[in-house]
Write a protein that binds this ligand. Sequence first.
Ligand code: ADE
Ligand code: ZN
Length: 346
Amino acid sequence: MSQSDIEKFIAGIPKAELHLHIEGTFEPELMFEIAARNSIKLKYNSVDELRAAYNFNNLQEFLDIYYSGANVLIKEKDFYDLTWAYLQKIHAQHVLHTEIFFDPQTHTSRGISFDTVITGIRRALEDGREKLGISYRLILSFLRHLSEADAFKTLEEALPYQSWITAIGLDSSEKGHPPTKFERVFTKARELGFLTVAHAGEEGPPEYVWEALNLLNVSRIDHGNRSLEDQNLVEELAKRQMPLTVCPLSNLKLKVVKDIRQHPLAEMLRKNLMVTVNSDDPAYFGGYINENYLAVAKALNLTAEQILLLAKNSFKASFLSEADKIDLIEKTDNYYRKYLENNSLN
Ligand code: ADE
Ligand code: ZN
């Protein structure tokens, strides 16, 4: 395929996004707009100055800027506008289903109520479903640099909204905050009926991925890059067909990989792992989902069949019903069939 053919193929293929932090979609323009209407002065004088600060040597350097950006979100409408802006972006990128993380502790620790946060996000997601045809699931993520007690408190706050929340996740600073720290609160969450996922093996060692599997009973591993260092773990992940939500441009920006041509996605595919491509924090990492697909397609010379597989995996690994999965996978297959027909005519 030529470069422009790959671009078109990726742009149009139906896909799901499974690893996306809503606070990570906060574009500088919207941040300045919301800061102004809330009478908050940002540390930066302009959009360009803020964007210029987006140079990170590791996860923590990014997290410091990401949490300070989220400080301007105060009102329900702020959370609505943030989420709505993201939905419009992905609608243009042929995302038909999205499963988004939100970090309530980032906001409740500043005195913003849990209700304000979730109501704003959910209202936009409902509008996205009705007006844009994008289905969704919501994942509440605990900040792992905070205590177990704080996670338990957050789980309690979530209970009145349980029907709006499909899964519990684990994000923020990975090193030094192993999944074991949250074993009891994840057990409680599962007893209550939540599914679970966890960031593991982004910067942390393969042991954290084992812990996420065996102690947190996750349905997906977010990132999982460092799993490749442990052959037994790779075999286990392949055997279980455990989904990995991989985020190529995030890995590049946070120096999890040195060069996109060395991204482990190719090896993961070779080892028959159930991988998906996602954007993580697109406003900070220079691309939404299509830019992530395109970056790996180009750098790793992916074939159209491999791109198709990644798109189908995104539906398979989602929390949609089996009937919806079948329907969306069929849509993706039909898209590929049409692409082949058009190409054989040329
Ligand atoms: N929160 C937002 N993005 C994250 C990432 N890539 N890793 C851990 N926590 C995060
Ligand atoms: Zn993430």
